[in-house]
Design a protein around this ligand. Structure first.
Ligand SMILES: N[C@@H](CCC(=O)N[C@@H](CS)C(=O)NCC(=O)O)C(=O)O
Length: 215
């Protein structure tokens, strides 16, 4: 049995939980981090050296941290879920998109932070939105002719990017942003997946609501 250490409303935990939902592997989750504390627990530091969430452990004493690495490991451990493209070229493309996810993660985070503070000058807000739109536009183009980030099969690339895009689309429409139609269509396809709805839309939205992000 796998144990996930992390509170459900953390975006990094949510993507690992989503991946687990897609694999169907047996698991339990322990509330950890944030208000639950535990990050400085010396035993937890042996599992996650930086004390952050999420981490996973198994009954044999194996431990892993960093959400994207955990997702790669889960995908490799569960080949029947087809989360790692079988063809080598597609596989490495999926890895590239997964690593690239840090860029839209930062850009969307900057918009959300500015929105929450409500303090930036309109010009600064416009610039932040423009930077995020430009970055997400790269993904919009990638999704123009295909169902998922790498072709017609959900992969580790979608798992790395899906939480970030959820956070983008949950910013209230009162904050005007240019349309990204192919990204929006992909987000709609993710929202048709029960594991995404349960672990990303459900969990991350609860937290967003607490900070006034969701109407
Ligand atoms: N790159 C790390 C980021 C880990 C991280 O910063 N996690 C946040 C939550 S999303 C955290 O641990 N925050 C402190 C806490 O919740 O106690 C990963 O993807 O696993």
């Amino acid at each position: 049995m796998l144990t996930v250490w992390g509170r459900a409303d953390s975006s990094a935990t949510a993507r690992v939980m989503w991946a687990l939902g897609e694999t169907g592997l047996a698991h339990q989750r322990r509330d950890w981090g944030g208000a639950y504390g535990g990050g400085d627990d010396p035993d937890y530091r042996k599992i996650s050296p930086h004390g952050r969430i999420p981490a996973v452990t198994d009954d044999d004493g194996f431990a892993l941290w960093e959400s994207n690495t955990i997702i790669r490991w889960l995908a490799a451990a569960c080949p029947e879920a087809h989360l790692l493209p079988a063809e080598a070229g597609a596989r490495w493309q999926a890895e590239a998109w997964m690593d690239w996810a840090a860029a839209p993660g930062r850009a969307v985070g900057a918009v959300r932070t500015a929105y929450r503070r409500q303090t930036p000058e309109p010009a600064e807000m416009r610039q932040t939105i423009a930077a995020a739109t430009e970055t997400l536009g790269v993904l919009d183009v990638q999704l123009r002719d295909q169902t998922f980030v790498i072709g017609d099969q959900l992969s580790i690339a979608d798992l790395a990017l899906g939480v970030i895009v959820h956070r983008w689309f949950r910013i209230p429409d009162t904050l005007e942003r240019p349309a990204l139609p192919d990204l929006a269509a992909w987000y709609g396809r993710l929202c048709a997946r029960p594991a995404y709805v349960q672990h990303v839309v459900g969990a991350v939205s609860v937290r967003a609501q607490n900070v006034g992000m969701v109407a």
